[in-house]
Design a protein around this ligand. Sequence first.
Ligand code: UD1
Ligand code: CA
Length: 458
Amino acid sequence: MKLHAVVLAAGKGTRMRSKLPKVLQPIGGSTLLQESIRAFQSLRESQDGLLTLVVGHGADQVKQALPQLDCNWVSQHEQLGTGHAVAQAVPLLGDDDLVVVLCGDVPLLSQETLARLIHAAGPESPALLTVVLEDPSGYGRVLRDSAGNVAAIVEQKDGNDEQLRVKEINTGIMAIPAGPLKQWLSRLGNDNAQGEYYLTDVIAMAVADGYAVTAVNADNAAEVAGVNDKRQLAEAERVLQLDYARQLLEQGVTLRDPARFDLRGELQVGSDVEVDINGVFEGQVTLGDGVKIGANCQIRNSTLGPGTIVLSNTLIDSARIGDNCQIGPFARIRPDSELADNARVGNFVELKKTRLGPGSKANHLAYIGDAIVGANVNIGAGVITCNYDGANKHLTEIGDGAFIGSDCQLVAPVKVGPGATIGAGTTLTREAAAGELTLSRVKQVTLKGWQAPVKNKK
Ligand code: UD1
Ligand code: CA
């Protein structure tokens, strides 16, 4: 059967108390919706499945947020219930499809569990993903007959005392053959406590029509937990992060505290990588062998070569860092920067769109922007490239082995020749010759007999 996921994502998510539609709430650098379909997307790669998203609240915003998604979009203008939501997708369902109903707010579902559910279903057999909860309140309960076969689902608000004592609940995720599903959906009514068209009612219809419904048990409650409010969102985020941390620990990474580690993208690591607390990794990050990341660092879309050490409170964004570099503490490496091997950037140094050659150093309080710096250059404390004239950005070029004294301003466009020395406090506006000392400095004077001011008497 052809897999066809129908994802319910039309609900408002009132309990989030947010202008952002619930399914676009962030989790793990992604969104609830993207995480909720991740397991299906992986299965779909090998099985050529279809994906249909049912949207309603904030539909345009949801569509715009996922422009690359290969899927059908279906609108549910009024939220009349989960059965009504699936019914909106009926025109797109082939009679031989296996419809996999997913919820846009269940972000931790594993591929293995979803595969087990799909495996249990077939043309004559709907399958239901269930889980046993110590406290099942709020969920639909799975009712079984005297032989233990699934008979129906009853919602919390419709159940009697005996039914509500059942601890096996409907996760909302099911796999149902499309042919009979279309029949059952067309027969749904809304004569129930919430006045909604319940998808769950198709289970009793299936049984009445002689189908055997299989209940597949989820591995754990967390993977099928729905996210309705910010507390559940935070809980799901931490479950996800602890799972990422566990995978990295298994790869041999040292995490000083797995509970204080955040990955919002993908992290590739070599051997003997160490990450201190409060590391935040975003986008695509690669850490070579032996890389050490200090506390409170944020690293986004960057590659760090083997042996590089990043000291605490450092930000690195869209940069390429060579081997055996040292960065921080309190450094900021902005996009399009490149550090060659053995380069060093120290505290309160900002780099933007700058290439720092091998062995070059900017160790204290500097701003280097739009610059090409050669090998073994020493940039003193307080050096600033004046790269912006108020209208355009200009380039600063510094040759190999140059020495830039402290507190210099390099007014770009400007060049410093190889081996040049720039005296401390210089405002450089023209090219500095290779191998020579260049400085601009007001002559020092001492005023003899100068008297310090004395405070006035009142
Ligand atoms: C539903 C199930 C319940 C199950 C629970 C698991 C029904 C009737 N009940 O209850 O058995 O235990 O999920 O979490 O199915 N949605 C739409 N359009 C609608 C209504 C809902 O797209 O008209 C979407 C929501 O955005 C959400 C999902 O469907 O993603 C579930 O809807 P919700 O109202 O949360 O259902 P529950 O009452 O939690
Ligand atoms: Ca729900």
